[in-house]
Design a protein around this ligand. Structure first.
Ligand SMILES: [Zn+2]
Length: 199
């Protein structure tokens, strides 16, 4: 095998750290970058820099945003007394793609997972409780993933809010237990939303 230059070896090493990219793919991507024009290759570098410098969490719902608040929180057409609780921004995107849900969101940024050492204090649950106690929310839809940890997280939150006058529902079980929301198709998510049940 011919000797790699230091820079080439470094880029292969960085690509290989990405999820789902093995050594062979990392090499293929690196040789692709070497082949394309400099301006085109630098667009990738620029895009990586932009997401790292510009993207942050919405101060209200913890969705990804490029301003203090995300585009959903700032949208005056959204129903503001309905809040859907999801684990990750990608779950929010899956629900948005159904085009059915018109309320707001709260992104937990994870799930309670004792075996992985993730407790409620590492999520955005405090902020959620403050938001709900703040008043104007009438219904909270639990849309955590149908896994043991996702269900456990939903139960934990609903217990925390048991004294608050508010309807708590969960997605109907169209989403296969153990599967992830982000991979459910649009029809399943639409049914899960419209068929939601009291928690
Ligand atoms: Zn937001």
């Amino acid at each position: 095998m011919p000797e790699l230059t230091e820079s080439i070896a470094q880029l292969i090493g960085e690509f290989a750290k990405l999820p789902g990219i093995g050594k062979k793919s990392a090499e293929r991507l690196t040789y692709h970058i070497l082949r394309v024009r400099k301006t085109e290759a630098l667009l990738l570098a620029e895009a990586i820099r932009n997401v790292k410098e510009n993207v942050r969490y919405c101060r209200t719902c913890y969705n990804l945003a490029e301003d203090e608040e995300c585009t959903i929180c700032r949208d005056p057409r959204r129903q503001r007394d309905l809040l859907c609780v999801v684990e990750q921004p990608r779950d929010l995107i899956a629900l948005e793609q159904t085009d059915v849900y018109r309320g707001l969101y709260h992104v937990l940024l994870g799930k309670v997972a004792p075996l992985e050492g993730i407790g409620p204090e590492q999520l955005t649950i405090d902020a959620l409780v403050r938001r709900v106690r703040g008043g104007s929310i009438k219904e909270l839809i639990m849309a955590t993933n149908p896994t043991i940890e996702g269900d456990g997280t939903a139960v934990y939150i609903s217990n925390l809010l048991s004294g608050v006058p508010l309807r708590i529902t969960r997605l109907a079980r169209g989403v296969t237990p153990g599967s992830a929301l982000e991979f459910a198709n649009k029809e399943i998510l639409t049914d899960a939303l419209s068929g939601r049940q009291e928690f």
